[in-house]
Design a protein around this ligand. Structure first.
Ligand code: E4P
Length: 218
């Protein structure tokens, strides 16, 4: 399972990269705005900064909603750096854009996916990644994990190569559950990754080992 961090915060990206288990980064316009990154030039430069920190894929989202605009923006984003994956919303022109980029060998991440039918379309259009939003479904009392299981089944039935990128991960249990049902990738906050290493018995056990060592080696 690949681990992506879902942020545009450079310090958090550096921290996750330093842990040695990071495979990529996802961003979206809200995450960029949260970091105060505004204006086209600054936004493009920020993507390059991120690419220079991580070794893996970096999803950069288009803001156009028409086919021509998405193609123009997506090509500009893809030209920025070889690690860039163009993030395209699941709308009608988005499906056409996924197919266009797929035919050109430009990698894509189809975002804002909330149903198995949308995921099937994204795969048919040749998306590299499909991003079902787990947390946002859970927020409205709908089983987000079930959506990921359904997409897994559909993709496996037909050997689609599109990777399931479980997005909108909120906590550590989301990561574990996605791993159990075979999501290819998860993207979440740094806390959802670091939370995996915590266990009170580890801390208690380590304290005891060190205490016993000190007794024998005063
Ligand atoms: C996906 O790539 C999105 O950036 C993200 O996971 C959305 O998460 P949120 O629902 O926590 O905003």
């Amino acid at each position: 399972m690949k681990f992506f961090i879902d942020t545009a915060n450079l310090d958090q990206i550096k921290e996750a990269q330093a842990l040695g288990v990071l495979d990529g980064v996802t961003t979206n316009p809200s995450l960029m705005a949260k970091e105060g990154i505004t204006g086209k030039d600054n936004i493009l430069k920020h993507y390059v900064h991120i690419c220079n920190i991580v070794e893996g894929d970096v999803s950069a989202e288009v803001v156009a909603t028409d086919l021509e605009g998405m193609i123009r923006e997506g090509e500009e984003l893809a030209d920025l750096h070889e690690q860039i994956v163009v993030k395209i919303p699941m709308i009608k022109d988005g499906v056409k854009a996924l197919k266009y980029f797929s035919d050109k060998g430009i990698r894509t991440n189809c975002t804002l996916v909330f149903s198995p039918g949308q995921a099937l379309l994204a795969a048919k259009a040749g998306a590299t990644y499909v991003s079902p939003f787990l947390g946002r479904l859970d927020d409205i009392s709908t089983d987000g994990l079930n959506l990921i299981s359904e997409i897994r089944l559909i993709y496996d039935n037909y050997d689609f190569e599109t990777q399931i990128l479980a997005a909108s991960i909120r906590h550590t249990m989301h990561v574990i559950d996605c791993a159990k049902i075979g999501a290819d990738v998860m993207t979440g906050p740094l806390s959802s990754i670091e939370g995996l290493l915590k266990h009170p018995l580890t801390d208690i056990g380590l304290a005891k080992f060190l205490e016993d060592y000190k007794k024998g080696n005063p």
